[in-house]
Ligand binder design. Structure first.
Ligand code: ADP
Ligand code: MG
Length: 599
């Protein structure tokens, strides 16, 4: 008997679950499903984003509904159109083997008469945004006087968005003896108030810590001068060639400006905010899901609840006012058990906010500095080399090859490689030669200078995230393999196919000797001393929250012109990415290479 069967789910759901490939219920599902199946009760369920709340209410709801009765029996309220559609989709997937069950989405920005027509044809489940729902009730287009179940999904978000009055009014037209299921990531005052005033003795289940963020997300901050904010964002993108991120700004204006600037500078970016038409927002989301957009610049409201898998980075271009919003932002990454990074670009005056967030999410931030030009050049170079190595060949090219061979015929293999790589590399090196490093100083604090004569050596190693390492596990692996102490490995920076790290010079020989004779799953490990000193990446903060490492002569005031949107990216040549999905080649065939952490 599988785990889902043990929860009491019936055959048609089990079949759908099997199709979806879910193997085990998540914690919130394990707790909520048997309770909801067993009796008619109100419930308050608190669980972080990405923990599978939709199925936690969706499965029991589908099982309890009478598909032979065409009346509307359940109403699911959700904060945004995007979420509303997402939930509708999921419910349809879950119920695909339940004959006669119809789920209809009701949301603003689309034809209300169309939606009303769909409902008239029979909709046992309606998934709605509060505003449009209220509208439909007012116009008599929907009847919820017979419903047995009302689900308030992402209740905290709905209340954040000012839907309190709509919710209260909608609930008041529904029967008092229905069951109300409230799902939320957090429990602010307003949610507690809804539970108190509109629910009868709700059972409460909580998964993980209340208010705590997802532990698959690591948190980093980069201290910069305010005028360098945009430049810092660009460098973070350049230092992460495979970035797939949501960039949060506080206002629609900033969102639009940052996105426009990124596009102008040659990045695959787009803006998502409330001033766009519904059709524009749909188009943006579609491109983002297809990965034609690598950097989605969004306001909090517009990006609320977006569930796109494999977002690698959430970037807080500006910090939000409250910590809950920070939690919602960082929950866009690290979903479904994957690792993700939440980055904060911050100025000195905002530093104390980091401490406040750390206390709430019970996780430490790592302080990092914006990668230097040389570091970015190196990353881009190795990225390019890996891309060339892994690219799938389209045989359309075959007929051109004789002519191409003719052009290249006098080059040796070595020369050819050098030239191919230089085509891309030259633009980065030329651009970054002219641009200074960015990190701001925390006034008065000591920073260790690694660059000149202090004896740190930076290494390149050909293992990375595709070998299932993140910076922490790589650091452990290196330390254990080398037999070094806790702080002997620092500035560990993990990229997809390779990584960088520092040790003091005294350990350099050990590093070279140990790794250059080592294999990882049959592949030879290759370690080289890197040209850049990694000086722009500061060390992890010590337990007093102070930073060590980094370069002391950087980022002095007045180095750069004050135009915060200054400077472009190295020009992108025609068709380099062509808007096509990017990640195909970089992931292929690498997942099975589990690292063997001993020699
Ligand atoms: P939440 O509402 O808690 O933020 P979702 O319901 O949107 O989370 O689920 C997040 C993702 O996890 C979705 O892509 C969903 O399909 C997937 N998921 C849900 N339950 C499971 C499960 N038991 N096993 C594997 N994946 C799951
Ligand atoms: Mg959800």
């Amino acid at each position: 008997m599988n785990k889902f069967e043990q929860l009491g789910l019936n055959e048609s759901l089990l079949r759908a679950i099997n199709d979806l490939g879910f193997e085990n219920p998540s914690e919130v599902q394990e707790k909520a499903i048997p309770l909801l199946l067993e009796k008619d009760t109100d419930i308050v369920a608190l669980a972080q984003t990405g923990t599978g709340k939709t199925a936690a209410f969706g499965f029991p709801l589908i099982q309890k509904i009478d598909a032979e009765n065409k009346n509307t029996q359940a109403l699911i309220l959700s904060p945004t159109r995007e979420l509303c559609l997402q939930i509708t989709n999921e419910i349809k997937l879950y119920s695909k083997y339940v004959k006669g069950l119809h789920t209809v989405a009701v949301y603003g920005g689309a034809s209300i008469t169309e939606q009303a027509k769909e409902i008239r044809r029979g909709a046992q489940i309606i998934v709605a945004t509060p505003g449009r729902m209220q509208d439909m009730i007012n116009r008599g287009l929907v009847n919820i006087t017979q419903i047995d179940y009302c689900v308030l999904d992402e209740a905290d978000e709905m209340l954040n968005m000012g839907f309190y009055d709509d919710i209260v009014s909608i609930l008041s037209t529904s029967p008092t003896d229905k069951s109300t299921w409230l799902f939320s990531a957090t429990m602010p005052q307003e949610v507690a108030r809804i539970a108190r005033e509109f629910m009868r003795k709700p059972l409460e289940i909580t998964v993980g810590h209340k208010n705590s963020g997802s532990s698959t997300v690591s948190h980093e901050f980069y201290l910069v001068n305010a005028r360098d904010r945009y430049e810092a964002l660009k460098r973070l993108a350049d230092a992460n060639p495979d970035i797939f991120s949501v960039v949060f700004c506080r206002t629609k204006r900033d969102t639009q400006a940052v996105a426009e600037k990124l596009i102008e500078n040659g990045y695959n970016a787009a803006a998502l905010h409330g001033d766009l038409s519904q059709a524009q927002r749909d188009a943006v989301m579609k491109s983002f899901r297809n990965r034609q957009i690598q950097m989605l610049v969004a306001t909090d409201v517009a990006a609320r609840g977006i569930d796109v898998d494999n977002v690698t980075h959430v970037i807080n271009y500006q910090l939000p006012d409250d910590i809950e919003t920070y939690n919602h932002r960082s929950g866009r990454t690290g979903r479904a058990g994957k690792l993700g990074t939440s980055i904060v670009i911050i100025t000195k005056s905002e530093l104390r906010k980091i401490n406040a967030i750390e206390r709430t999410i019970k996780q430490k931030f790592e302080e990092k500095s914006i990668p230097s030009g040389i570091e970015i050049c190196e990353i881009q170079l190795f990225h390019l080399a890996n891309r060339i190595k892994d690219v799938e060949i389209d045989h359309e090219i075959d007929s051109y090859l004789p002519a191409i061979y003719e052009v290249m015929k006098d080059l040796t293999k070595e020369e050819l490689i050098k030239k191919m790589v230089s085509v891309e590399f030259n633009r980065f090196i030329n651009y970054y030669k002219k641009n200074k490093d960015l990190s701001a100083q925390k006034g008065g604090e000591e920073r260790r200078d690694f660059s000149a004569g202090s004896g740190a050596v930076r290494f390149f190693i050909n293992i990375g995230s595709r070998d299932d390492f993140d910076w922490m596990s790589l650091k452990d692996f290196l330390r254990d393999t080398l037999g070094l102490g806790r702080d002997d490995i620092f500035k560990v920076d993990v990229k997809e196919g390779f990584s960088f790290f520092n040790t003091e010079a005294e350990h350099a020989e050990t590093v070279m000797d140990t790794f250059n004779s080592m294999h990882l799953e049959g592949r030879k490990i290759n370690v080289e001393i890197s040209k850049n000193d990694g000086g722009s990446n500061s060390r992890r903060r010590d337990h007093n929250g102070r930073s060590s490492g980094g370069n002391s002569n950087r980022g002095a005031r007045g180095e750069r012109r004050s135009d915060s949107f200054g400077g472009g990216r190295p020009p992108r040549r025609d068709g380099r990415d062509g808007g096509a999905p990017r990640r195909k080649d970089s992931n292929s065939g690498s997942r099975d290479r589990k690292p063997r952490r001993s020699n």
